[in-house]
Design a protein around this ligand. Structure first.
Ligand code: ADP
Length: 313
């Protein structure tokens, strides 16, 4: 099964600052580093490192070729990424203060110029049973979802970052919905429903709205809860690790979960693999550089199982 990821590709400019810039203020930063980013990019990297056959659909400007080369080195097919001479590559301006808090401005650039026709052309290569994945950082998501369904594909949606546009998408077409707790609550509110505090209650409310979908709700260090289309609820605790940077935890989780399901794993096994991959990721700095490989995740899980068995004897 091939996973077609319609997703953003950004350059993240991270500025270390003494404090967030104030109205009318001009100030120098303490340091600057630039990284490849965007939820789409990160999730394609996670899919590929999880061993899935991944095709990225999206757009960059002429200044984005290095990002495509980076995806290609991961084994992601980038033939369906348009290089748009008229739009700059999307970028993010991220201020990080000494307490580690951040403020982010996203300039969507070419991500907002992804053409519906180009997406449909890319999906023409898909076979029934292949999967479309989208987040909420590019244009043409609704068109992609409809085209995917028309081809007999499954549709996975990670509606992040959450905003009012998500409410305009044909959400009834979604087969796999992946949200964090905040996005889950926002989605309920967008649909005029109450958002219960307790994650399992929120998950059940989402299941009521989208009864045909598998719904996965990640809960940060509290793990993950999921409901299958048949209504069976599973919960998996997070692995206990020393977190240093949780950026892209959700992207790592989504990539490993979908890759595992695509290989035919059951819900519980896929949640466990994805939780392990995300846990390893948060122990390391950075977004996509922190994503582990499937071999590493399997070895890490085997070592944990080994430890547990030894402790039991
Ligand atoms: P997002 O990054 O989208 O907000 P979450 O914060 O819910 O997503 O994290 C996604 C998954 O990553 C969680 O379900 C969990 O498995 C894992 N994770 C996140 N934070 C931690 C942590 N501090 N320790 C261990 N695992 C974590």
């Amino acid at each position: 099964m091939t996973i077609f990821n319609l997703g953003s590709i950004n350059i993240d400019h991270v500025y270390a600052v003494d404090h967030f810039v104030r109205p009318g203020e001009t100030m120098s930063c303490l340091g600057l580093a630039s990284y490849a980013g965007g939820k789409g990019f990160n999730q394609s990297v996670a899919l590929a490192r999880a061993g899935a056959k991944a095709v990225h659909i999206g757009a960059v400007g002429a200044d984005g070729r290095a990002l495509l080369a980076a995806l290609e080195r991961e084994g992601v097919d980038v033939a369906a990424v348009a290089v748009d001479p008229a739009a700059p590559t999307g970028h993010a301006v991220i201020q990080v203060d000494p307490q580690g808090r951040n403020c982010i401005i996203i300039a969507p650039g070419a991500n907002a110029a992804v053409a519906a026709d180009a997406v449909r052309a890319a999906l023409a290569a898909a076979a029934p049973g292949d999967l479309l994945l989208a987040q909420n950082e590019t244009a043409a998501i609704a068109e992609a979802m409809r085209a995917a369904k028309a081809r007999g594909m499954q549709v996975a949606l990670n509606p992040a970052p959450m905003d009012g546009r998500v409410g305009t998408l044909p959400l009834e077409l979604v087969d796999v919905l992946i949200v964090n707790a905040i996005e889950g609550a926002e989605l309920l509110k967008l649909r005029g429903a109450e958002a219960p505090e307790a994650p399992t209650a929120a998950l059940e409310a989402l299941h009521g709205l989208f009864p045909e979908a598998q719904i996965v709700m990640t809960l940060g260090e509290n793990g993950v809860a999921a409901v299958d289309a048949d209504g069976a609820v599973s919960q998996t605790a997070a692995f206990r690790v020393q977190a240093v940077d949780t950026t892209a935890a959700g992207d790592t989780f989504a990539g490993f979960f979908l890759a595992s399901r695509a290989r035919g794993a059951g819900m519980a096994a896929a949640l466990r693999l994805a939780s392990a991959a995300a846990a390893i990721g948060v122990t390391r700095p950075g977004a996509s550089p922190s994503v582990p490989s499937i071999r590493e995740v399997e070895a890490w899980l085997a070592a944990r199982d080994g430890e547990r068995t030894c402790n039991e004897h």
